[in-house]
Design a protein around this ligand. Structure first.
Ligand SMILES: Nc1ncnc2c1ncn2[C@@H]1O[C@H](COP(=O)(O)OP(=O)(O)OP(=O)(O)O)[C@@H](O)[C@H]1O
Length: 267
């Protein structure tokens, strides 16, 4: 079992990704795809006059401040356009993909953080009306049902809270939770960079290999959203996933390349 997460940043080669998924599926590989939608969400939010706001937590993690209007934009862009366009591409290639958000059938369950602490201009602040959360449970029964019936699940990173509310959750950490719950041997996190860069944005400084015991040492290299990927990787490994590969989603055969060791391999 391989769980692939593809980012939703600019420059992702979705056609190449879907072609690779089709080849691997035909070869009998069981796969789950999780995707992001940050670029589409930003574009839609700007167009509809509700520009995105990114906030940094006291521990240095950056995330999208998700008020109710932003949550609805995130649903439209991520569970709507991005999810359905990927499913369309896969269906066009003859793969029976099924697009779901984690809200559907309570596929992903999470805890809402209605109040978040942020650091802005050097000061700690509290923000309310936040619709984000962290995945705490994966409905493996539903996923296994779909996989056994021959579907390729394509999952948007939205979870259901205890109260049945939609929550914006981090796609990398959601993919890590899914990989761990399904007992996947490999988690591949594809994004618009070749992997973890020692000196971002210089792509010649790619870190090729990280032993799991040393992962903490590499965290300071990652800025912004890359930090969440390293966190997701360490969560997946701690819960039994065999290896995590951070790979490039801008190239042909992105999954096959990652499986061949291109990118940052964390074992
Ligand atoms: N040391 C680093 N090495 C590589 N990328 C880095 C590093 N530090 C920061 N980054 C940034 O992290 C980004 C990847 O995270 P980002 O959230 O943008 O993408 P994603 O996860 O693919 O998208 P989404 O949030 O939609 O799922 C890169 O585009 C890069 O700008």
């Amino acid at each position: 079992m391989i769980v692939v997460k593809v980012g939703g940043g600019a420059g992702i080669a979705y056609d190449a990704l879907c072609a690779d998924l089709a080849t691997l599926t035909r070869a009998g590989q069981r796969l789950v795809l999780v995707h992001g939608g940050s670029h589409e969400t930003n574009t839609l939010a700007e167009r509809l006059g509700h520009p995105p706001r990114f906030v940094t937590s006291p521990s240095g993690y950056t995330s999208r401040y998700t008020d109710r209007a932003t949550l609805e934009l995130f649903l439209m862009a991520t569970a709507g356009k991005v999810n359905k366009v990927i499913v369309e591409r896969l269906q066009h290639l003859g793969v029976n993909a099924i697009g779901l958000s984690g809200l559907d059938g309570r596929l992903l369950e999470g805890q809402r953080k209605a109040v978040i602490r942020i650091v802005e201009d050097g000061k700690q602040k509290v923000l309310r009306d936040d619709w984000t959360g962290t995945v705490e449970k994966v409905n493996t029964h539903l996923l296994t049902l779909l996989l056994n019936a021959g579907f390729l699940p394509v999952i948007a990173p939205i979870a259901a809270s205890d109260a049945g509310e939609a929550l914006n959750v981090d796609g990398d950490r959601a993919a890590a939770a899914i990989a761990a719950a399904l007992g996947a041997n490999t988690l591949i996190l594809l994004t618009n960079v070749p992997g973890l860069l020692r000196a971002f944005p210089d792509e010649s400084t790619l870190v090729r290999h990280i032993p799991r015991a040393d992962i903490e040492e590499y965290l300071p290299l990652a800025q912004g959203r890359m930090k969440k990927k390293i966190l997701g990787a360490s969560e997946a490994l701690a819960q039994g996933v065999g290896r995590v590969i951070l790979g490039d989603a801008r190239v042909a055969e992105p999954i096959t390349r990652a499986l061949a060791g291109e990118g940052t391999v964390i074992v």
